[in-house]
Ligand binder design. Structure first.
Ligand SMILES: Cc1ncc(COP(=O)(O)O)c(C=O)c1O
Length: 396
């Protein structure tokens, strides 16, 4: 079957919720994916911040294969070893206490919102239910998480939206201070805004929020769905500021391409959930948890966080050099292996041209080219990307 026939069937049989590029990807290995005609693409997107070990890493493939032969699913009414092992590992790494497992970033945030409300209602006072989130944020597509995402584009048509959310500007401590009142139960924030255009807040921003939350008896929820598990060069982005959130959400990298999300909380706050408070049929299944354990083992054993920091700096310096040369670039920014290039014009055409040259990147917030390569990326891949981008930006 030709790819054009598949594109037609996709239009006919699949909800048209994605504006896809005309490529039929059939295989992946390491830094590369391959289409049905055998053309290779260097993956500078990792799904979207998912395949941190690259594609089909043998440790992940073996973990999945071995577990699939033993047990692929049983109800959360019973114990399974991989789920307990992964929760213990996440607690050791993060300093938080307990995990609730689900299947995506949106579900992890949904669980966080529910836990914050329930804990606050029961322990801080019935009038405390409001959650403050940031303009430019992205927290997911369920009704509560899209309400937590203050973007009219995602809200349109879905009103009435759930009550109990308030929005302030990102990276603006003064605005947050003003917004907190007797109804506030939590602040929900991304340590780096990914979908919002790769926005890295000023150093100390999270620390100031932490202090403010402590002083006002408010929970701090960090959404590390995109940057957690190593993308900033630390296992968790909050470790860059030496703080600990009350609630942390993870997905993407943690499942190595399988659907796995996690909501972690401190011992005190996790007491807000009791049997029956929340649940998921598939959350924390044995195969996805074995994949998660394999990802963590490889990140630690291969010292990949060091590579994230080193290659992140190398990538950013290459992008900054392009900025000096091309007036179309307004700013190059990022931290670790989440980098963005803000253009003076929409970036979709550049993404298409890069695709034709054999590179997967994307454009977020209309004008920001985003680079989220796997943690295994090497100098030669970055050199190739910079060369290709230079040539695309030089085209008339
Ligand atoms: C910071 C953040 N939170 C939540 C989500 C939603 O995750 P998912 O698409 O797995 O539901 C995303 C997805 O891009 C994200 O970047």
């Amino acid at each position: 079957m030709r790819s054009t026939d598949i594109f037609l069937d996709e239009q006919k049989y699949i909800f048209q919720t994605y504006a896809r590029f005309p490529v039929l990807i059939t295989k992946g290995k390491g830094m590369y994916v391959t289409d049905n005609e055998g053309k290779h693409y260097l993956d500078f997107l990792s799904g979207i911040a998912v395949n941190a070990l690259g594609h089909c890493h043998p440790a992940v493939v073996n973990a999945i294969k071995n577990q699939a032969k033993k047990l692929s699913h049983t109800s959360n009414l019973y114990y399974t070893l991989p789920q307990v092992k992964l929760a213990k590992k996440l607690a050791e790494l993060s300093g938080l206490s307990k995990s609730f497992f689900c299947n995506s970033g949106a579900e992890a945030n949904e669980a966080a919102i529910k836990l914050a409300r329930k804990y606050a209602k029961e322990s801080l006072g019935a009038e405390k239910f409001e959650i403050i989130t940031m303009h430019g944020a992205f927290h997911g597509r369920t009704l509560a998480t899209l309400t937590a995402t203050p973007n009219e584009k995602f809200h349109r048509g879905y009103e009435p939206l759930p009550a109990g959310f308030q929005y302030v500007n990102y990276n603006d401590i003064g605005a947050l201070k003003k917004a907190i009142d007797g109804k506030t139960c939590a602040v929900l924030v991304e340590p780096v805004q990914g979908e919002g255009g790769v926005l890295v807040p000023a150093p100390g921003y999270l620390k100031e929020i932490r202090t403010m939350c402590d002083e006002r008896n408010i929970l701090l929820i960090l959404d590390e769905v995109q940057v957690g598990m190593g993308r900033t060069g630390k296992m968790f982005a909050f470790q860059r500021e030496g703080i600990l959130p009350d609630i942390l959400t993870l997905a993407k990298t943690i499942g190595a391409g399988l659907p796995l999300g996690a909501m972690l909380a401190s011992e005190k706050v996790s007491a807000g959930f009791v049997p029956g408070s929340h649940g998921s049929t598939f959350g924390g299944g044995p195969i996805v948890c074995e994949a998660g354990l394999a990802v963590l083992e490889v990140i630690e054993k291969k010292g990949l966080l060091k590579n994230v920091s080193e290659m992140g700096s190398y990538l950013l310096s290459g992008l900054k050099k392009l900025k000096e040369k091309h007036p179309a670039i307004k700013e190059a920014r990022g931290t670790g292996l989440i980098c963005g290039v803000e253009l003076e014009m929409p970036g979709k055409e550049i993404v298409s041209k890069m695709l034709r040259k054999g590179f997967l990147i994307n454009c977020t917030n209309d004008k920001v080219l985003r680079f989220l390569p796997p943690f295994i990326v090497a100098r030669k891949h970055i050199d190739a990307l910079i060369l290709a981008l230079d040539s695309v930006l030089s085209e008339k």
